[in-house]
Design a protein around this ligand. Structure first.
Ligand SMILES: O=C(O)C1=C[C@@H](OP(=O)(O)O)[C@@H](O)[C@H](O)C1
Ligand SMILES: C=C(OP(=O)(O)O)C(=O)O
Length: 408
């Protein structure tokens, strides 16, 4: 049995940083993820004037319920969509003149439903270049609150940002969603807001958040379930048994549901209060699966799929086209480089069984393309990457960890 220590969840760390910054008192995050995304978030907070202390394994944030200490700031959000969508929303609740920018990759990713909702709530927000994209400027004067309608069919992060803003408004917030992807991420948001003393509620498509503010706490960050998916897929492919402690029945992250896909394909899976174990059985069946809720694991499955005994069809993942790259086409293109037959449609990908041949994977700077095709590489020697270092976004130590844990 191989026990794998997986770094902290990116999604949980980003939310915890927002909530800690907005809370009354000082919060300690235990086991936060230290990676480009989350360090970028923490540095963004520091530029806004929050006190953030980062020691290995524990980060402390002194909350400022009134908002950023800086009267003006220029914040660079790097590649992180959580940073690029959550931080401007936090700043909007304060008072000051703030500019936000991001990497070329993040500048291409959409923002409009969130920034339109903020404007509806009275926030003075201006896109400097392309409408609905970074860079942007906010003249923050606090947010009164009220009711907004939101299309979160492209990204749940718009809704998460607005929900986390709710307790900081003067009168509370109500958000009606007309569409919603990646719904389990919203459950993470609601659960974590409650851990910081807020009282959000949901009735169908309507989310209501009273203006309670937040209270500091000590918050333990669970391991990252999307990162764990590569190690679980490795077990299913190679017949090993892999256990990830700390990610079990009580986990917040929907991406742990990836192990249900592996179970359907033939792997043995045990999810217990202490962690999750996947054991490969030698069977890997083809299947059709809807990954709308867990689309960060679509590339993991796509990279494993050639080894299944029938076609693997992944449906309802249109929004993977607006991630770090167009993941549907980039997965298809790389699988074709490996000699595999693939078709794509607007919201699906279908991969046929085959024997991958060695090739260089074109990563488009997408960490998940590297980590996913590392799974393919366990059975196909000679797979390389044009930019292996882009794993720094969520898992800087990936390559060493992978070699140590899984190479024979
Ligand atoms: O809220 C979050 O932490 C995230 C939500 C998901 O994004 P979308 O809602 O854009 O699918 C996910 O893909 C991303 O990695 C993290
Ligand atoms: C889509 C991702 O990241 P984000 O949207 O947070 O940049 C991801 O980590 O796969």
């Amino acid at each position: 049995m191989t026990v794998i220590d997986i770094p902290g969840s990116k999604s949980v760390t980003a939310r915890a940083l927002f909530l800690a910054a907005a809370a009354e008192g000082t919060t300690t995050l235990v086991g936060p993820l230290a990676s480009d995304d989350t360090e970028g978030f923490a540095e963004g907070l520091a530029v806004l004037g929050y006190e953030v202390e980062r020691a290995p394994g524990a980060w402390r944030v002194r909350g400022r319920p009134a908002g950023p200490a800086a009267a003006s700031a220029d914040v660079y959000c790097r590649d992180g969509a959580t940073t690029a969508r959550f931080l401007p929303t936090l700043a909007a609740a304060g008072h000051g003149d703030f500019r936000f920018d991001a990497s070329a990759q993040m500048r291409r990713r959409p923002l409009a439903p969130l920034t339109e909702a903020l404007r509806t709530l009275g926030v003075d927000l201006r896109h400097e270049e392309a409408e609905g994209h970074h860079p942007l400027r906010i003249a923050a004067r606090g947010v009164k609150g009220g009711a907004v309608t939101l299309d979160a069919g492209q990204s749940s992060q718009y809704l998460t940002a607005l929900l986390m803003l709710g307790p900081l408004t003067a009168e509370g917030l109500s958000v009606t969603v007309t569409d919603l992807v990646s719904e389990p991420y919203v459950d993470i948001t609601l659960a974590m807001m409650r851990s910081f003393g807020a009282r959000p509620t949901r009735e169908g498509d309507v989310f209501t958040v009273p203006p309670t503010g937040y209270r500091a706490t000590t918050y333990a960050v669970e391991p990252d379930a999307s990162t764990a998916s590569y190690f679980f897929a490795a077990a299913a492919l190679t017949g090993r048994e892999v256990t990830v402690p700390g990610l079990g029945t009580g986990a917040l992250q929907g991406d742990l549901g990836f192990v249900d896909v592996l179970r359907r394909m033939g792997a043995d899976v045990a999810v217990t209060p202490g962690g999750t174990t996947v054991r490969g059985t030698g069977r890997l069946h083809g299947l059709t699966v809807n990954m709308r809720d867990i689309s960060d694991t679509m590339p993991t499955l796509a990279a494993l799929a050639p080894y299944a005994d029938g076609p693997v069809r992944i449906e309802d993942v249109a929004n993977t086209r607006v991630k770090e790259c167009d993941r549907l086409e980039v997965c298809a293109d790389n699988l074709r480089r490996l000699g595999i037959t693939v078709t794509t449609g607007p919201d699906h990908i279908e991969i046929h069984p085959g024997t991958p041949r060695p090739a260089e994977i074109v990563t488009h700077g997408d960490h998940r393309i590297v980590m996913s095709f590392a799974v393919t590489g366990l059975r196909t020697p000679g797979i390389s990457f044009d930019d292996p270092g882009c794993v720094r976004k969520t898992f800087p130590g990936f390559h060493a960890h992978w070699e140590n844990a899984l190479r024979p």
